[in-house]
Design a protein around this ligand. Structure first.
Ligand SMILES: [Zn+2]
Length: 303
């Protein structure tokens, strides 16, 4: 079981949450004073000191959940990047880092409503095109609303899904998608198999990606009109539970992670009725953005 680390910059403190005490060498009174080398699947670093407790809590839960669902030894990556490479608020990076380094920021984006969050994947491994450096921005103006309506956890889980590789840089490069703007699909074998188990009524090409934004297979969301309430569709709405389905976990299996399917929530592919009135509390369309094409970094060869 992976060890989960949460590191906060500019606070002078280091929090280490241990999923398994028997594996957590840095826990206990004899822990070294400096940050230990990361051994986790995901290491989160906040870029400012004023992170609301609700965000810290939701991020910790999301890291724990995703780290139980996905595992892979991506390797150790030499990162030497000037400040602002990944996003304006991301500091200089000069270190060798194991697995995914994920920066999380809370800052003004576009006021109340509108966009809730953005995620960018800034670094990919040359070995398997999985993300090794990502950034999540949460809109400070929407935090209270998301928290009050119970959607904050789902939004952070959703964005972390993008940060881990539910984004076109991973699957388009490998030819795991197809279709045009009107009927894009993801055709990884595991996701298709899981979709068939839970959505056998669907007669189109599986697994359908969102087709309402004219991005074709580069829109990294499941099709809302087919999936309804699922973690990786592009809205959150009142009453949505944003379940993490075995289809989404199948996606991650197809792009190269080892997956524990027992972590999935119960889910059947259940479309929204045509006349269902959805009142989106926030839009997650177009929430995968990058300042520049991601950098490809080669892992240091193991000896
Ligand atoms: Zn999204």
């Amino acid at each position: 079981m992976p060890i989960i680390e949460l590191v906060t910059l500019n606070r002078g403190r280091l929090g280490v949450l241990c999923a398994s005490a028997s594996l957590c060498l840095a826990c206990g009174s004899d822990a070294p004073t400096g940050p230990p080398p990361s051994t986790s699947q995901i290491e989160v670093r906040y870029t400012s000191a004023d992170i609301p407790p609700a965000v810290e809590s939701a991020v910790a839960i999301a890291v724990s959940r995703w780290s139980r669902a996905l595992s892979k030894n991506l390797g150790d990556f030499p990162l030497n990047l000037p400040a602002g490479t990944c996003a304006a608020e991301v500091p200089q990076i000069n270190e060798t880092h194991h697995n995914l380094l994920l920066f999380v920021s809370v800052l003004p984006i576009d006021g109340l409503g509108g966009a809730l969050a953005f995620t960018g994947v800034c670094g990919l491994s040359t070995r398997d095109t999985l993300p090794i450096l990502s950034n999540i921005r949460l809109d400070r103006a929407d935090l209270d609303s998301m928290n009050a309506r119970g959607t904050l956890q789902g939004v952070i889980m959703h964005e972390m899904g993008h940060a881990l590789g539910f984004e076109p840089g991973t699957y388009v490069l490998r030819g795991l998608s197809g279709g045009g703007a009107s009927d894009p699909f993801f055709d990884g074998v595991t996701a298709r198999s899981e979709f068939a188990k839970h959505g056998s009524w669907y007669t189109g090409v599986a697994v359908p990606l969102e087709n309402s934004t004219s991005q074709g297979p580069r829109d990294p969301h499941w099709r809302l009109s087919v999936f309804g309430d699922e973690l990786m569709v592009s809205i959150v709405s009142r009453g949505f539970k944003s379940p993490l389905s075995s289809i989404t976990l199948g996606f991650f299996k197809d792009i190269g992670y080892d997956v524990d399917f027992s972590v999935a929530d119960p889910y059947e592919v259940t479309p929204l009725f045509p006349n269902t009135r959805i009142l989106p509390e926030g839009n997650l369309q177009h929430d995968v953005v990058t300042l520049a094409p991601p950098k490809f970094v080669s892992p240091i060869a193991a000896h």
